[in-house]
Ligand binder design. Structure first.
Ligand code: BTN
Length: 319
């Protein structure tokens, strides 16, 4: 019913429709209309009421509202259930709290995060309405050791989304960054809950700087946004839908075929580091090496200064 009322309001294209007319069209009482209108407002829709005129929906293209996103999804699992917030501490933290009782493919999205989390305990700047701050809850039936591969799938789908919607060539900096002109535009934080042999759930947090005009001076030299790179404001909704659609295709082929092939092709062909001399930071240890390949397992293969080939599971890589 909520969606039917929403559709009627949209059909008015910004003009008022009376409560009586809405009730008649939707075949419910005026009290029911009033209740549903309040629920739509809680979801973020801006609906004005005026005496004797009724209700009108204000143009609201800027929010990442579930019904608007779902209209453009071609997915079967990803984003079938979307929880949207105007403000939250962290979508990853919220996802952890509800993951046990939520279907796989659930998407948590917030217009801002008050305590957005990055890797290695860092903060993630998430100002209101500027970016895509989201988390996917996934429950694939594979062993916990496979969990890290989801980062490669997420990176490949963000790369595809940026490429298709904006025509911008970004690069993937293994394991979890997307960069443009050497500056970070997206970070991925994959977390999981598992026992020794059993995965309970995976939490894939993706933060994309979309329309940010500036960054805090502590990260200004390292961070950029799609707006700053493209020189025009970006439709967050179109980008988000493209990423989710791409994610499901890549994720599906991984779950069904058990290989990361398609995601790896994207990560290898658009890598910011392969073939380059890099510095690898792992805890307190730092080492120089040449980045050679990303393995079928999603690990980084490097050639050490001593000429030894070795595989790296995780770490901070800089050029
Ligand atoms: C990193 O590069 O360090 C990872 C950044 C991940 C940020 C995203 S924003 C949405 C989700 N919620 C969080 O608190 N963090 C991730």
């Amino acid at each position: 019913m909520k969606n039917k009322i929403l559709q009627e309001l949209m059909d008015q294209q910004g003009q008022y429709i009376s409560g009586e007319a809405l009730a008649e069209k939707c075949k419910v009482s005026r009290t029911a209309i009033w209740k549903h209108i309040n629920n739509l407002r809680k979801l973020g829709y801006i609906i004005e009421t005026a005496n004797k005129k009724g209700y009108r929906l204000l143009e609201n293209n800027s929010l990442l509202l579930p019904a608007e996103i779902q209209k453009h999804l071609t997915t079967k699992e990803i984003g079938k259930n979307i929880i949207h917030f105007n403000s939250i501490d962290s979508t990853n933290s919220y996802a952890k709290g509800i993951a046990d009782k939520t279907p796989s493919g659930t998407l948590i999205i917030s217009e801002e995060q008050l305590s957005g989390r990055g890797r290695l305990g860092r903060e993630w700047e998430s100002p209101k309405g500027d970016g895509i701050w989201m988390t996917l809850i996934l429950k694939p039936k594979f062993p916990p050791s496979e969990g890290g591969k989801l980062t490669q799938i997420a990176a490949a789908s963000v790369w595809q989304g940026i490429n298709k919607v904006l025509g911008l060539k970004s690069l993937i900096k293994w394991p979890n960054d997307i960069v443009i002109n050497g500056k970070k535009v997206c970070g991925i934080l994959t977390e999981m809950s598992a026992e020794l042999n059993q995965l309970h759930y995976l939490i894939v947090g993706i933060g994309i700087n979309v329309n940010n005009e500036a960054f805090h001076n502590t990260i200004a030299d390292k961070a950029t946004s799609l707006f700053l790179e493209k020189g025009e404001k970006i439709n967050r909704r179109a980008l988000l839908c493209e990423i989710l659609n791409a994610f499901e295709l890549l994720y599906d082929s991984f779950v069904k075929e058990g290989t990361l092939k398609e995601s790896l092709n994207i990560c290898r062909n658009n890598s910011a580091i392969l073939g380059k001399e890099v510095i690898i930071q792992q805890g307190a240890n730092q080492a120089k090496a040449k980045a050679v390949d990303i393995t079928e397992e999603g690990l980084l293969e490097v050639l050490t200064e001593e000429g030894k080939k070795t595989e790296i599971l995780t770490g901070e890589v800089s050029i």
